[in-house]
Write a protein that binds this ligand. Structure first.
Ligand SMILES: NC(=O)c1ccc[n+]([C@@H]2O[C@H](COP(=O)([O-])OP(=O)(O)OC[C@H]3O[C@@H](n4cnc5c(N)ncnc54)[C@H](O)[C@@H]3O)[C@@H](O)[C@H]2O)c1
Ligand SMILES: N[C@H](C(=O)O)[C@H](O)COP(=O)(O)O
Length: 352
């Protein structure tokens, strides 16, 4: 019989020049305020361990004047027993590169990447329940030779060949999936295919059922062009690419509608008609979700063999180290990761 008590969450460092270290400290404080201490049994928030050089976290605690004891641990299994005493930090690669709040640098890329790969390895070994990532400064990683556009694509590579990652951003008002992610707008038309839409929709529907408890998710698919093409007068991708995918998905039994005009599908009454909206390109999906609730949003990667969530914001270099960064989105990501891990465990137990 599987153990229903999930393992701790593995939180990554993110860019050490950004707000990630500050948010990790604030998240630990928020847990203490909420009374989530050593015993997490019965709690709906799992304890977490930060994968980072402890010296950097201590540096931020000092700059910010936070009374958060840093507890270096050697094994993630030591997280729960130490969580009431301080923030558990599992040491990762540290080349000693100096860190300045508000400054992202290629010199810290190795530790940023090691934190992610270690979190994934621990989660896949089953000693962590999920990966919760802090934001990375993509430009600094690119300078260091990192070849993936973002976490989403990197995590898919770590998951193994054939993995199709699905980026979903969610808050209490809206869930969205950009069907193309980190590519130039000029490439969207060639990357968006009928087969891609079908594959992304199948993964979205199945993960919303397994991880979010939606028995038959209601899915809306946006058009690419103004007015969803206005019957071909303003573009034909709706007719040649999107509609055939919807027809196929409906034939398979999915509850899918579209292509819908993107400008009118996000108002309150329209949102009540679906559980998730799939959009042809990044900003079409992310503008409404971040506008409706930036601080409550979570970025979750569907389609992976492990759970990964993240706050929906970036590194916010302009406010790093100032103590003003809001921790709400990271807290929402921790909560969602724990809930998803719990749902997967419950599902495994049912199938035992
Ligand atoms: N998951 C990720 O790793 C992730 C997500 C989004 C962006 N990014 C990266 O972050 C970098 C900066 O991106 P950006 O400037 O477009 O977006 P951003 O989210 O970092 O900042 C946008 C604005 O929101 C504010 N803000 C962000 N988070 C906040 C918080 N928690 N509390 C208060 N204010 C907050 C910032 O100060 C800034 O004014 C880029 O390199 C981008 O690629 C990473
Ligand atoms: N596209 C995301 C956003 O704008 O919020 C962000 O860049 C994060 O992407 P990854 O999780 O793939 O790093």
């Amino acid at each position: 019989m599987a153990n229903l008590q999930p393992q701790p969450l593995a939180m990554t460092l993110g860019d050490p020049g950004g707000i990630g270290p500050e948010l990790a400290l604030k998240a630990w404080q928020a847990y203490q305020i909420a009374g989530k201490t050593a015993s997490h049994q019965g709690s709906d928030m799992l304890p977490f361990c930060l994968l980072a050089p402890a010296r950097i976290i201590a540096q931020y605690a000092g700059i910010l004047g936070y009374d958060v004891p840093i507890i270096p641990i050697r094994d993630i299994n030591e997280t729960a027993e130490n969580f009431a005493k301080g923030l558990p930090v599992l040491e990762i690669t540290d080349n000693g590169a100096p860190v300045t709040p508000g400054v992202a640098s290629a010199s810290t890329a190795a530790m940023v990447i090691d934190s992610i790969t270690t979190a994934v390895a621990l989660t896949r070994q089953g000693v962590a329940s999920a990966v919760v990532t802090n934001p990375i400064q993509k430009s600094a990683l690119y300078q260091a030779g990192f070849s993936h556009p973002g976490h989403t694509e990197f995590l898919a590579e770590l998951a193994g060949p054939g993995t199709l990652p699905v980026m979903m951003l969610a808050n209490s008002k809206l869930r969205v999936v950009p069907m193309t992610i980190h590519i130039a707008l000029s490439q969207v038309q060639s990357v968006l295919t009928t087969d891609l839409i079908i594959a992304l929709t199948r993964i979205t529907a199945s993960d919303l059922t397994r991880d979010f408890g939606l028995a038959k998710p209601r899915i809306a698919i946006a058009g690419l062009n103004p007015h969803a093409g206005e019957d071909g007068a303003m573009g034909t991708e709706e007719q040649t690419i999107i509609a055939p995918a919807i027809k196929q998905l409906q034939a398979e039994g999915y509850n899918v509608v579209g292509p819908l005009p993107a400008d009118t599908m996000f108002h309150e009454e329209a949102r009540a008609e679906y559980d998730v909206a799939l959009c042809p390109y990044h900003d079409q999906a992310l503008i409404p979700v971040k506008t409706l609730d930036f601080h409550g949003g979570v970025n979750v990667t569907l389609g992976l063999p492990f759970v990964r969530t993240s706050p929906d914001h970036g590194t916010a270099l302009n406010i790093a180290g100032k103590g003003v960064a809001r921790v709400d989105s990271l807290m929402a990501a921790l909560k969602m990761a724990g809930d998803m891990a719990h749902n997967r465990l419950s599902m495994d137990i049912k199938h035992d």
